[in-house]
Design a protein around this ligand. Structure first.
Ligand SMILES: O=C(O)c1cc(=O)[nH]c(=O)n1[C@@H]1O[C@H](COP(=O)(O)O)[C@@H](O)[C@H]1O
Length: 278
């Protein structure tokens, strides 16, 4: 079974370093002339899948915008995941799940077990109940060639109060998360399957990223104010591992498929220029 890290490494080489989110905000549904209902949700998701599913390396559905429509919304999410996988993009479900280990096992089964209707290539997870609490996710991901992206320095301003706080040994909480990820990825080639999430908005991280050996998801570009140039400020010499993530900036160009593709192409071109400068 090829690891998620290896599959992502290849996808980023073939399709460019870009992750586009499917975030059906009510404002975006309205902007696209769609109702704030399941039919609008389905049309929105399908439009993004058809426009980008065969050309971007990773697509990142935001679970919350599907969950808000209950079981019908989840049915749309399941079919969106299937459609994306059929078109060859890697699916990273943004759910930021975290719980105690025995419960996390159920979350791991929901997203990382091939027999699940919501089986995805990777999922985001919150380490703030302890990175070790996510062990069932890491285990199931390793078993089935999946990936887990662990939050470290999130793009929201409130994150710093927790993530930059100092642990007993003087390291920031974010650094303790990154160091545990480094251990999980030790020795993996060409890159590990446990990623970290570091917002492109956070400025200097004061973190040592040199040992992570995993993909670095960088949300916060565009709508949250970060630019591709910020990637060098935030990631420094770690930029080759960066997977830039855009949602509203690209989705705002819709619903015309050609406009969506042009927006994605612009994003990947901008990011490639910066990442290649490493
Ligand atoms: O895990 C994420 O994707 C994520 C982490 C983070 O630190 N910040 C962040 O904005 N995100 C997600 O990225 C999406 C927002 O992207 P934009 O619309 O491009 O700002 C939302 O789905 C967020 O939940």
């Amino acid at each position: 079974m090829e690891s998620f890290g290896a599959r992502l490494h290849r996808a980023m080489r073939e399709r460019g370093p870009l992750c586009v989110g499917i975030d059906p905000h009510p404002a975006l549904l309205a902007q696209w002339g769609l109702g704030d209902d399941v039919a609008g949700l389905e049309r929105f998701a399908r439009t993004v899948v058809d426009a980008l599913g065969d050309r971007v390396a990773v697509v990142k559905p935001q679970s919350a915008f599907f969950e808000r429509f209950g079981s019908q919304g989840m049915a749309v999410l399941e079919s969106t995941i299937r459609q994306l996988r059929n078109l060859g993009s890697l699916v990273l479900l943004d759910a930021k799940r975290g719980d105690i280990g025995s419960t996390v096992r159920a979350y791991a089964s929901a997203y990382l077990d091939p027999s699940s209707p919501m089986y995805v290539d990777a999922v985001t997870a919150s380490p703030f109940l302890g990175v070790g609490s996510l062990a069932p996710m890491f285990e199931l991901a390793a078993e089935h060639g999946g990936g887990v992206f662990v939050l470290a320095l999130t793009s929201n301003p409130e994150g710093a109060s927790v993530q930059r706080a100092r642990s007993a040994d003087g390291r920031s909480v974010a650094q303790t998360v990154l160091d545990e990820i480094s251990q999980l990825n030790a020795g993996a080639e060409p890159i590990g399957s446990v990623g970290a999430v570091i917002g492109a908005t956070v400025g200097k991280t004061d973190c040592d990223l040199s040992g992570v050996n995993g993909p670095l998801l960088a949300p916060g570009l565009g709508a949250q104010g970060a630019t591709a140039a910020d990637l060098r400020v935030v990631f420094g010499s770690a930029v080759p591992a960066v997977l830039p993530a855009y949602s509203r900036e690209v989705l705002g160009a819709g619903p015309d498929p050609a406009a969506l593709r042009a927006a994605a192409d612009r994003a990947v071109t901008e990011c490639r220029a910066v990442l290649a400068m490493s």
